[in-house]
Design a protein around this ligand. Structure first.
Ligand code: FEO
Length: 409
């Protein structure tokens, strides 16, 4: 992989990772990038880094060589965010350069010791502090706690207007030839939009209140370029990803888009018979509908669509007096990630007794999700024609409620 110049005296270094689950749980069929940046004033700083997997630090070190940067030339290692996907490389760096100087927050200082036994000289910074690299490159630091760990900060180069926010404004998706928004085709823009919203829902969503604060801080700065720790660099239109993140953060409490996500699972096909009618009812009102079967679809994708939807349909049978287990897993994840205040409807089959509603209520209460449900349609065994007609009608009613909510803003 080649280093590329972001702007004056600023370069992007990066490694792509494939064939793992991000954070041990999120599928990344198209990989993801870990970005690092070098800013050269009279002093040299490296901002953010890479993980320690499978020779990845060596990818970074090779990129130093491409730039004719000797590791001994690096004056400051700036750690915006201590999570090991950005800091794992430090253990290997310490082998070739034991005495490097770190710039980070007080909370990150403690974590560096716990995770990597790194207790190098550390310049602890807080919001408002600056570091002058010379040549006009004054780096300003702004704490953005909980985006995505409590110790996180962003770094802003006041000379070039480049913001280095680490996880904030990031996305999934590996990047090879074109790391800049001004180099992407419309299809690539669409791809990274999708992967940015999935990344947000999966990784940042639970921290939407802090994310909204971070976006507000960003808007107070004269930002020209956004250079995140994952994904593409926004230098033609940074406003786009700022506005996208603003929307994503707001979607936690709703309303989100004028969309409804139907999540369904079925044991013997009886609940499945209700899916088409509910989708027809939704579509009759012209509302976009996303349909996911569980457990076939990983909850990463379901969560992404629920995050973007103002309405949700849960179609699942009762299973052993409780919810169909894969649906319980998905719903629990929605609660953990704080997908609150959705308009919703449930349908499903039961055999000798119900029970799904009780567990559904427990999960909704546990996470204070405040989902507003229409009257459910439950049927013993197979649905009757009357049940299917009611389901179709409920789909339409839900779509109307979603449209009204979104219109009211
Ligand atoms: Fe990319 Fe929160 O680490």
């Amino acid at each position: 992989m080649q280093t590329t110049q972001v702007t004056t005296n600023t370069w992007r270094l990066s490694a792509n990772i494939y064939d793992i689950l991000f954070e041990g749980m999120w599928p990344i069929p198209h990989g993801f990038s870990m970005n690092s940046y070098i800013v050269k004033g009279e002093k040299v700083a490296i901002i953010d880094g890479v993980c320690d997997w499978d020779g990845t630090p060596e990818v970074l070190f090779d990129q130093f060589r491409q730039m004719n940067v000797d590791h001994n030339d690096i004056d400051y290692v700036i750690i915006n965010h201590m999570e090991p996907d950005h800091s794992g490389w430090l253990k290997d760096f310490k082998k070739i350069r034991p005495d490097f100087k770190i710039v980070t927050t007080a909370k990150a200082q403690a974590l560096l010791k716990s995770f990597f036994e790194i207790d190098n000289e550390i310049m602890v910074v807080k919001s408002g502090d600056t570091l002058d690299l010379g040549g006009g490159h004054v780096l300003a630091f702004e704490e953005i706690p909980n985006v995505h760990w409590p110790e996180t900060m962003a770094t802003f180069d006041t000379k070039t207007g480049t913001l280095f926010p680490c996880d904030a404004f990031g996305s999934f998706g590996a990047i090879d030839e074109s790391p800049y928004d001004d180099q992407l085709t419309p299809e690539q823009v669409k791809f990274y939009e999708f992967e940015a919203s999935r990344y947000y829902a999966n990784i940042v969503g639970a921290f939407s209140a802090p994310a909204a604060k971070a976006v507000a801080k960003t808007e107070s700065l004269p930002v020209k370029i956004i250079a995140p720790g994952h994904g593409i660099v926004w230098r033609e239109n940074p406003r786009k990803i700022i506005d996208d993140y603003k929307r994503y953060a707001a979607y936690s409490k709703g309303p989100a888009k004028e969309e409804i996500t139907v999540i369904w699972g079925s044991m013997y096909g009886n609940t499945k018979r209700g899916v088409d009618p509910v989708v027809e009812g939704i579509k009759s009102e012209g509302v976009k509908v996303n349909v996911h079967q569980v457990p076939e679809t990983h909850y990463s994708y379901v969560l992404r669509d629920v995050w973007n939807s103002s309405g949700v349909v849960l179609a699942m049978p009762t299973y052993e007096y409780k919810m169909f287990a894969p649906m319980a897993v998905v719903l629990d994840e929605m609660g953990r990630k704080k997908a609150f205040n959705r308009k919703a409807f449930r349908l499903g089959s039961y055999g000798w007794s119900g029970g799904a509603q009780k567990e559904l209520d427990e999960i909704l209460a546990r996470y204070k999700m405040n989902w507003d449900f229409l009257e459910p349609v439950e049927f013993k065994g197979a649905p009757t024609e009357e049940d299917l007609a009611t389901i179709r009608r409920r789909g339409r009613e839900l779509a109307i409620k979603v449209k009204e909510w979104v219109a009211a803003g």
